[in-house]
Design a protein around this ligand. Structure first.
Ligand code: SF4
Ligand code: SF4
Length: 147
């Protein structure tokens, strides 16, 4: 179930406290997460798409590199692959003491290290072609939107 993963929708983490030698105040789970997954993407909820026009707009977005679309029990989200500018070598947060609330509130109890978004979502589209195929299934006359 992705809903918990979705909570990580926006960056995240209770990464490691201020830069300190490994082993001092470091969360072991985050310490094992060598890719700092949650600081390398954001999830932005979007209005539930219903019409051909809605999906046509999402097609445009998904056509861009690093932009994915998924749906889970909480709704529809853009998953944007982008590294936080404050992520430091070794997974440290460069602004730990003043990091945004979304990062403070995030728990690593069940995060993207446990289940990736593609694994946990009901639907996940990473390419234009994947989403277009879904649109053709969902809408009987998909191509008529262009008329
Ligand atoms: S994905 Fe999970 S384990 Fe990895 S840094 Fe983020 S909260 Fe920690
Ligand atoms: S501000 Fe810090 S905790 Fe938040 S996403 Fe950036 S590096 Fe991660």
């Amino acid at each position: 179930m992705v809903s918990k993963t979705i909570k990580s929708r926006v960056p995240v983490v209770d990464l490691m406290p201020t830069p300190e030698p490994v082993g001092i105040g470091v969360d072991n789970k985050c310490g094992r997460c060598t890719r700092s997954i949650c600081c390398n993407s954001i999830n932005q909820q979007v209005p539930t798409p219903r019409s051909k026009s809605d999906f046509d707009h999402l097609l445009w977005q998904v056509a861009h590199e690093g932009i994915n679309l998924f749906k889970d029990s909480d709704g529809w989200f853009l998953h944007i692959e982008t590294r936080c500018a404050h992520l430091q070598t070794g997974g440290f947060c460069g602004i730990y003491d003043k990091r945004p609330a979304v990062c403070r509130d995030y728990s690593n109890d069940f995060c993207e290290l446990d289940e990736s978004i593609p694994e946990g979502s009901e639907m996940f589209f990473s390419t234009y072609e994947q989403l277009e195929q879904y649109c053709r299934t969902r809408f009987k006359h998909w191509d008529r939107r262009l008329d």
